[in-house]
Design a protein around this ligand. Structure first.
Ligand SMILES: Cc1ncc(COP(=O)(O)O)c(C=O)c1O
Length: 463
């Protein structure tokens, strides 16, 4: 038997070295952080100097040492209505007491159907059916499987290739990392799915730096899809998946006209277009979905995050009637699509989703970003000329500040900015040497100013 690892007592200034630490807000924080292998986190760095949130309300988190931190990232791009919103909190508590769980297969409960209807109501016209999942990653896998199976049920099973894009992020499961284009997320995991190809990404600093809104240059990059179609032949390609705005690799905003061109090319060749709207969905761009912003309707739309305001894990994949109806064939007692999760349409998640959509509606949050976007844009671009800044870009309530990397230490500069901001009471997010921000859609104009000034001050103080 391996010897038990000696339990380590945390020694950071915010922790007192006893068994458990009671924070300023009376929340018990464990002193031993070794068991939890944290996701996408520098575990050793974190555990030496932990950053713990113990409460949240509206635009602010409370840290374990009792400080208020302004949320510049809506958690992880998901808390679009702000934190601890009463309708959502009440709906979850009520649902858990009334019907905690119902089997997802061959049984139903009303709220899942109601939520699917409400999602279809706000979705782009033509996306009329919803498959529920528990995360963005699961939504992506679901969408890819629907696409493959759709061609197969139509008798076109040779269409098995999937096309993604460099610097795309589609979650962490095997389908998602295969079509995704982030080397660190792919290189450790073998050969991934076969039959996948990638279009080039659209980020072009030399031509588009400091663009406000859609970059001017790069629509022709959509034509790379024609090159890929020529290489493989359209008859072998099932679907193309892209994020309307690539979020996780640093807010890569599509050049003007690019998504429309992708739609034209996919349609021409009978290839399904999948929009991964895990980030762009639910008001982030100032429209309900990215599809609305760009005036381009995909065949399949992948969502999660903002669907439940991040409170309960849930995702939804929307598909056209044409796709759905293709499966509704054969004997009626036979399952039409062999896919689903134990928690697809979970009652508590459904209740959270319904209350979230109501909150968005009550407060016009799905379009509020459009009104705030000019203020957001001006505030962000006021950082031009600050130390290390080589690009600023924005769309809706999303913004990115790209920093010149420290020679030989990529990512370090942006991470220092992140740490400094946290210390000063601002939550930002970094990816590589890019600072990405996507505040809750309830942010006020003065809070936008405060957040940007926090970033400005961090940029001035880091090396
Ligand atoms: C575009 C996109 N797709 C998929 C995902 C994966 O979502 P999850 O982390 O809920 O699995 C994310 C997460 O950030 C995302 O941004």
């Amino acid at each position: 038997m391996r010897p038990r690892v000696k339990r380590q007592i945390m020694t950071g200034s915010r922790f007192n070295g006893s068994e458990d630490f009671v924070s300023n807000s009376n929340v018990v924080v464990p002193n031993d952080l070794s068991a939890f292998w944290m996701p996408f986190t520098a575990n050793r760095q974190f555990k030496k100097a932990p950053r713990m949130f113990v409460a949240a309300k509206d635009m602010h988190y409370t840290t374990s040492d009792g400080r208020q931190v302004l949320d510049g990232t809506a958690g992880l791009w998901c808390v679009n209505a702000g934190h601890a919103r009463p309708k959502i909190v009440e709906a979850i508590a009520k649902q858990a007491a009334e019907l905690d769980y119902a089997p997802a297969f061959q049984m139903g409960h009303p709220k899942a159907f109601e939520l699917a209807n409400r999602i279809v109501d706000i979705a782009p016209k033509g996306l009329d059916h919803v498959l529920f999942t528990n995360s963005g990653s699961e939504s992506v896998e679901t969408a890819l499987k629907v696409a493959l199976a759709y061609h197969r049920v139509k008798g076109d099973g040779a269409r098995s290739r999937l096309i993604g894009r460099e610097r795309g992020y589609h979650g962490v499961n095997f389908g998602g990392i295969s079509v995704g284009g982030i080397v660190t997320n792919r290189k450790m995991f073998g050969t991934l799915l076969t039959g996948v190809d990638h279009m080039p990404h659209t980020h072009n600093l030399s031509k588009n730096a400091f663009s406000k809104g859609l970059p001017e240059h790069g629509v022709d990059l959509a034509d790379e899809l024609e090159r890929i179609v020529t290489l493989h032949d359209a008859s072998t390609i099932a679907a193309v998946i892209v994020e309307p705005v690539a979020g996780s690799t640093g807010v890569l905003i599509p050049p003007a006209g690019y998504l429309k061109r992708l739609r034209e090319i996919t349609k021409k060749h009978g290839i399904l277009l999948i929009f991964d709207e895990v980030i762009t969905g639910f008001g982030r761009l100032g429209t309900p979905f990215g599809a609305d912003y760009f005036g381009v309707t995909p065949d399949i739309m992948v969502t999660a995050k903002g669907l439940t305001n991040g409170v309960i894990p849930m995702g939804a994949v929307l598909v056209s009637s044409e796709i759905h109806d293709a499966f509704m064939d054969g004997p009626e007692h036979v399952i039409e699509f062999f896919h689903g999760y134990t928690y697809s349409g979970n009652p508590v998640a459904s209740a959270a989703g319904l209350a979230t959509l109501e909150t968005y509606k009550d407060e016009d949050l799905l379009t509020r970003g459009a009104a705030l976007a000019p203020v957001w844009q001006d505030a962000l671009h006021s950082l031009k000329g600050e130390p290390h800044v080589i690009d600023i870009r924005n769309i809706g309530l999303v913004g990115a500040i790209e920093l010149e990397p420290i020679a030989g230490s990529p990512t370090k500069r942006a991470f220092s900015a992140f740490l400094k901001c946290f210390e000063d009471g601002y939550l930002i997010r970094t990816t590589g040497d890019i600072i990405a921000m996507s505040p809750p859609l309830i942010i006020s104009e003065s809070q936008i100013g405060e957040l940007i000034d926090g970033v400005r001050s961090a940029l001035r103080s880091i090396a």
